[in-house]
Design a protein around this ligand. Sequence first.
Ligand code: PEP
Ligand code: MG
Length: 369
Amino acid sequence: ADDLVRSVHRVLTHADGARRLDVRTNADTPEDSARARRFGARGIGLCRTEHMFLGDRRQLVEKLILAETDEDKQAALDALAPLQEQDFLEIFEAMDGLPVTVRLLDPPLHEFLPDLTDLSVRVAVAEAQGHPDEANLRLLAAVRRLHEQNPMLGLRGVRLGLVVKGLFAMQVRAIAQAACARKRAGGDPRPEIMIPLVGAVQELEAIREESEQVLAAVFAECGVELDVLIGTMIEVPRAALTAAEIAHSAEFFSFGTNDLTQMTWGFSRDDVEAAFFHAYLDKGIFGVSPFESLDRPGVGRLVEVATEEGRSARPDLKLGVCGEHGGDPDSVHFFHEVGLDYVSCSPFRVPVARLEAGRAALGTDLSGS
Ligand code: PEP
Ligand code: MG
């Protein structure tokens, strides 16, 4: 077994020497970060922050979204801020000296709202018993206002950041403060800030301006100098098609091929098992699900367009991919051909991505030719 491990290590080292693509990981805990680093990841390409708000913290986000007064909203933000700072500090420790791309909150909203049916039943029962529950009635009205038929295409990502004032600023402040603390402790934090679900440059500009102000204020206060890249996911077809404009406001792009596939095909990523999928496979419209293997002429074409347009507007634009395709062997070859700078994938797929990126650069296949 030791021989096998040594051989694998040799092959991967060989691939590392050849490859042009960097390999990062998708991780949002210190444990996953450390694991991915052991597998050879050179940083985090996607730190999803929505998982950090589940469990006990879900209540605070619910309070924030449904707050009736500015004081209530601020109280929720103040409670979340130190928790976020600790989250980021631990991840910066685990990835010291390597880039950590933190994506600002991107949940489908319904995950943070009380269940509409439950709430309606509670209100109806109280009414039937002759003592209407005023607080729940108001809550029900608020939840109804925010209820969406299709949350994956609703108030998510940058839209949430624009609508819920203070939310993204709280996250950016926590990132900056964690970076300061890490730096003061002698570490080398390298945060990057990524805005999700952008479709128009104006969305990005608004968040960028707010973020830059927060970063400057925190760094001035703690006397630290740190260059924090601000970039965007490219996961809405409109963003890919207007990449030249968007690049003026972004230092990097990261392709979110999960959403980009969903929106380009118009298939719900949550319902890929739907009956028509099998019919499509049977008819050979696609060989494998486009969520598993990049649809090169379709979604891939948007990646090419955005890469060309983005780089022509900003030659030093950094380009990566952090959708599931970032760890899919065939797709890694495509990203190499297109000329991205890195792929980012789940920790266990990091070795595969390293190998495939090396093979793509060497032009070899597994039969040894
Ligand atoms: C994506 O859409 O490809 C992506 C990486 O973001 P998420 O899967 O979190 O929506
Ligand atoms: Mg996405």
